[in-house]
Design a protein around this ligand. Structure first.
Ligand SMILES: [Zn+2]
Length: 214
């Protein structure tokens, strides 16, 4: 079962990917993780990628594609995969189609307002890294970590202005890709405003419907 996950930052893709990965016994392949791990292990692709990351440039398409292709061909992905962070563009989607089929594209959607509330409410402990949310998971004492007593702070990429900017960038970048997969009949919109169980239920229905169609 070959699944591509799409969704804006803060929509909850990571949590859903973890659940689906456990349910179907297929790996969650995140390009962010792949890049970090290739760089840490100093593989040939990792070394190429490192020079871009170190100089603050975007890692070029062909390097990311090479990394994804190698992983999709590995034995761990023989039953399928959940691909997260790739493709980002129609060019990458064409590249993906040249070495793998895609059965379903799950597009996790939530209004900007909901994502903004989720992300800009997050507070992180300076010392131990535990993450709270001012509304959903508040610490016992405002601004103070329950586990270690250190101060909490708002990450710079989670301030409301930066979150709005990230969401616009994501939308501009990804909307052609969403249209591409919708035209192919592969894309299913998933309402990501529900709780995790509700989101997972929709994903399972979409994926299994995809299987019985064939
Ligand atoms: Zn702490």
């Amino acid at each position: 079962m070959n699944v591509v996950l799409l969704g804006a930052p803060g929509v909850g893709k990571g949590t859903v990917a973890k659940r689906l990965s456990e349910r179907y016994g297929i790996p969650h392949i995140s390009t962010g993780d792949l890049l970090r791990s290739a760089i840490d292990r100093a593989t040939p692709v990792g070394l190429k990628a490192k020079s871009f990351v170190d100089s603050g440039r975007l890692v070029p398409d062909e390097i990311v594609t090479e990394l994804v292709e190698t992983n999709l061909r590995s034995p761990s992905a023989s039953k399928g995969f959940l691909l997260d962070g790739y493709p980002r563009t129609v060019v990458q989607a064409d590249a993906l189609a040249s070495f793998s089929s895609v059965d379903r594209v799950l597009n996790l959607v939530a209004p900007k307002k909901v994502i903004l509330e989720r992300l800009s409410g997050r507070r992180t402990c300076r010392k131990c890294g535990v993450v709270y949310h001012v509304k959903n998971i508040p610490p016992r004492k405002a601004g103070v970590c329950d586990s270690c007593g250190s101060g909490l702070y708002q990450r710079s990429d989670e301030s409301p202005e930066v979150v709005m900017e990230r969401l616009s960038v994501y939308e501009n970048e990804t909307s052609p890709l969403v249209d591409f997969y919708r035209n192919e009949g592969l894309l299913v919109d998933v309402d990501a405003t529900l709780d995790v169980a509700g989101v997972v239920r929709q994903c399972v229905a979409a994926v299994e419907e995809g299987v019985s169609d064939e």
